[in-house]
Design a protein around this ligand. Structure first.
Ligand code: ZN
Length: 159
């Protein structure tokens, strides 16, 4: 049964990788944005957000890199769309707990659960975490749509 589960997770990952959700740019509609990079693997990601009344009205992702980094970005975009910014920031913490402490994700994480298997591989954790770190940077930076973050700056999951 474990093998079947892994296959299911792999299928979910590949689906998000091949058909990323919310892919593109928001251009002038973006109120927040950040460029993230994971130099270890060569993953790059831009996250743009249109925040209205404390909620993420729209989100766009654009990047290149390994399947885990890009699938994670797609999943993240689905999760945060039409959620409050505070809720999105809490989800960054929840994701970190899932990756670092191996905690079972909440039910509303849906497809994101497929990344749980990545927690066993610290190098891949940086790939999976890129989307969430970039989201956090976009939400917390005072630079509007222009800011940058790298997974090497404040490491997630390697202690
Ligand atoms: Zn990667």
């Amino acid at each position: 049964p474990d093998v079947g589960l892994d296959d299911l997770y792999r299928d979910i990952l590949l689906d998000h990788y091949r058909s990323p959700r919310n892919h593109g740019q928001l251009d002038e509609r973006a109120t927040h944005g950040a460029d993230g990079s994971n130099p270890l693997c060569g993953d790059e990601l831009r996250v743009e957000l249109a925040v209205e009344d404390g909620a993420i009205a729209d989100v766009a992702i654009d990047g290149r890199g390994c399947s885990i980094s890009q699938a994670s970005a797609s999943m993240m975009s689905v999760y945060v769309r039409e959620r409050g910014t505070d809720e999105a920031l809490r989800a960054v913490e929840t994701f970190q707990q899932m990756m670092v402490a191996g905690e079972t994700p909440p039910e509303d994480f849906a497809d994101i659960e497929a990344l749980m298997g990545v927690a066993k591989f610290p190098v891949r954790v940086k790939c999976a975490s890129l989307a969430w770190k970039t989201l956090e940077q976009a939400l917390t930076s005072s630079n509007g749509p222009e800011s940058a973050v790298t997974t090497d700056e404040r490491s997630m999951g390697d202690d």
